[in-house]
Design a protein around this ligand. Sequence first.
Ligand code: ZN
Length: 154
Amino acid sequence: MDLRDLYQDVILDHARSPRNSRRLLAPSHLAHGHNPLCGDRITVFMLVADDRIQDISFEGRGCAISTASASLMTEILSGKTLAQARLMFDAFHARVTTGEMVPLPADLDDDQDRLEPLTGVRSFPARVKCATLAWHACDAAVTGGLVAEAVKTE
Ligand code: ZN
């Protein structure tokens, strides 16, 4: 596999026209991510209610892989429960780091397939952090990124 395969059409499309690339006005959770190896920076915004991701978006500057991964992630995780998001994160992480295919519930199968274009980074260890940056930021937002009311109203 060469670099051309890494930049498949779907990745280029999401990198050029990222979905949900905006700031949420009143997020319940947010977290910043930085990948010093590549210079990618991202902020993930989430609106979580009743353990479900009602809205998710991101802002940032980064390479095609990190931007495409963030864009795909927001499309996939929007509307998911936090438990489903955790399953997706674990499965994606395993796939791009070890290549292991973690079995997911049937209702997440289509989403797993949508991440296929990003799994090519496994052959390029330096790019794995680009592909997982948004996901780590999302995970950090869920686990420790609760936004205080005072910040929300700024
Ligand atoms: Zn990058």
